[in-house]
Design a protein around this ligand. Structure first.
Ligand code: UD1
Ligand code: UDP
Length: 411
């Protein structure tokens, strides 16, 4: 008999990272997947569902404008309870570190349903950065019984936190599966502001920003930095798909709305966004997922945060932390635009986050955990334990994340 697995998510990045898993579950002889969305995001989620052809069985439709963390948690818990009571799945799968992921895991636990955590083990070791994600993912770890870690480093974080190594499988990150697929689609640009990008040789700076810990001063500084860059580099095309959150828009728009070379768009459908990432010269972002995608496409990523739970690309030299200080963002972008050597050293295509087969590994790992099949071999790539000097690697990664050692680039 097929095992009934309920896949629970609510935001854009979760849906992109769950889509390949849902597809692999449907292809597997062992599972009957069932999708429940909290719809913590609405338009952003619907865009992804349209692209991947996902039709949720349950849609809790909880989004409200200006929703607080408590709103999301309470509405998700209250919405999930009757669904779980009615369906009684064999397990619940949650992804990442959103408030939906935490609430989904908690709701399943309240119903004594086992929790499987995809993209487990990311850590900054700073409870307020990113906020609230660092604590959401730690709580998800406590609630889960099977941990699907994207990299060896994430696995080590879990083991360090007391998770039994036997309950961790390194799968790679499913975002790389989704990215490969999306790039192959060769989606057309729908937004007319992007129509000329294939016909111009001007360099494209792709920007996204949304993190809660940057609301206010940080976001205003990001907007100010873009205005400065547009003045300093008139031929640079700056494309900024804005997050729908009015808090983000209110901080960014006054700084850049009047600047012609900054093209502000609505959130782009994933296919169109993947094409834009591929077309870009470099990426400036605070996004988690884009830190994973940029290296796969050989695009330098400047991360507008003070710390990251994704040190693999920083260590490999393709991403850098630049913080949210206006002058430093400008300086670091200009440096990459003008110093060919620095640019070339960062523009390397590397795949520390996945090889495009993470979803199949995840499904096999779940099957093994349920006693249905063999355990998959761990994803290795650049984070392989057998890669030269793993202890040195891990020590370097820990140093990287240690604020007293300071890895933020200021020079
Ligand atoms: C959420 C996640 C964050 C993740 C991000 C991905 C939490 C607490 N935050 O942050 O971890 O990195 O999603 O994008 O789980 N809105 C819309 N339509 C949408 C989506 C959002 O109008 O489709 C607006 C609403 O006004 C909403 C606001 O954006 O209140 C913020 O959404 P919310 O999910 O609370 O936070 P994000 O910043 O999107
Ligand atoms: N993305 C997208 N359209 C956009 C901006 C981002 O499809 O206009 C994709 C991006 O490629 C990545 C994901 O959304 O896969 C990241 O979402 P976000 O930055 O909102 O969340 P995070 O990863 O920081 O949690």
């Amino acid at each position: 008999m097929k095992r009934r697995l309920m896949v629970v998510y609510g935001t854009r990045p979760e849906s992109i990272k769950m889509a390949p898993v849902i597809q692999a579950l449907h292809q597997s002889a062992h599972f009957e997947p069932m999708v429940t969305v909290t719809a913590q995001h609405r338009d952003l989620l619907d865009q992804v569902h349209a692209l991947f052809g996902i039709r949720p069985a349950y849609d809790l439709d909880i989004l409200s404008e200006g929703q607080t963390l408590s709103d999301i948690t309470v509405r998700a818990l209250n919405g999930l309870a009757p669904v779980l009571r009615h369906e009684r799945p064999d397990a619940v799968l949650v992804q990442g570190d959103t408030t939906t992921a935490f609430a989904g895991a908690l709701a399943a636990f309240y119903h004594r349903i086992p929790v499987i955590h995809l993209e487990a083990g990311l850590r900054t070791d700073d409870r307020y950065a990113p906020f609230p994600e660092e604590i959401n993912r730690r709580l998800a770890t406590q609630l889960a019984t099977l941990h699907l870690a994207p990299t060896f480093h994430a696995r080590e974080n879990l083991v360090r936190d007391g998770v039994a190594a036997a309950s961790v499988v390194v799968t790679g990150n499913t975002v790389i599966d989704a990215l490969h697929w999306a790039v192959e689609q060769k989606a057309q640009y729908v937004d007319p502001q992007l129509a000329d990008l294939d016909d111009t040789t001007h360099r494209v700076l792709l920007v996204t920003a949304h993190r809660r810990e940057s609301w206010g001063d940080g976001m205003r500084a990001i907007g100010g930095a873009l205005a400065d860059l547009a003045r300093a580099e008139p031929n640079l095309v700056i494309v900024f798909p804005l997050h729908p959150n009015p808090v983000v828009r209110d901080a960014i728009l006054p700084q850049v709305a009047h600047v012609g070379s900054v093209r502000l768009t609505e959130p782009l459908a994933y296919g169109e966004f993947a094409r834009l990432m591929d077309r870009s010269h470099l990426i400036l972002t605070d996004s988690g997922g884009i830190q994973e995608e940029g290296p796969g496409l050989g695009k330098p990523v400047l991360v507008m945060r003070d710390t990251t739970e994704r040190p693999e690309a920083v260590l490999a030299g393709t991403s850098r932390l630049v913080g949210t200080e206006r002058e430093n963002i400008v300086k670091q972008v200009l440096r990459l635009l003008h110093d060919r050597e620095v640019y070339a050293s960062m523009a390397k295509a590397i795949n520390p986050y996945g090889d495009g087969r993470a979803a199949h590994r995840a499904v096999q790992a779940i099957g093994h955990w349920m006693g249905l099949c063999q355990r998959p071999a761990d994803f290795t790539a650049g984070s392989a334990p057998e890669a030269a000097g793993v202890e040195d690697r891990l020590a370097a990664q820990r140093r990287l994340l240690d604020p007293t050692e300071g890895i933020m680039v200021h020079e």
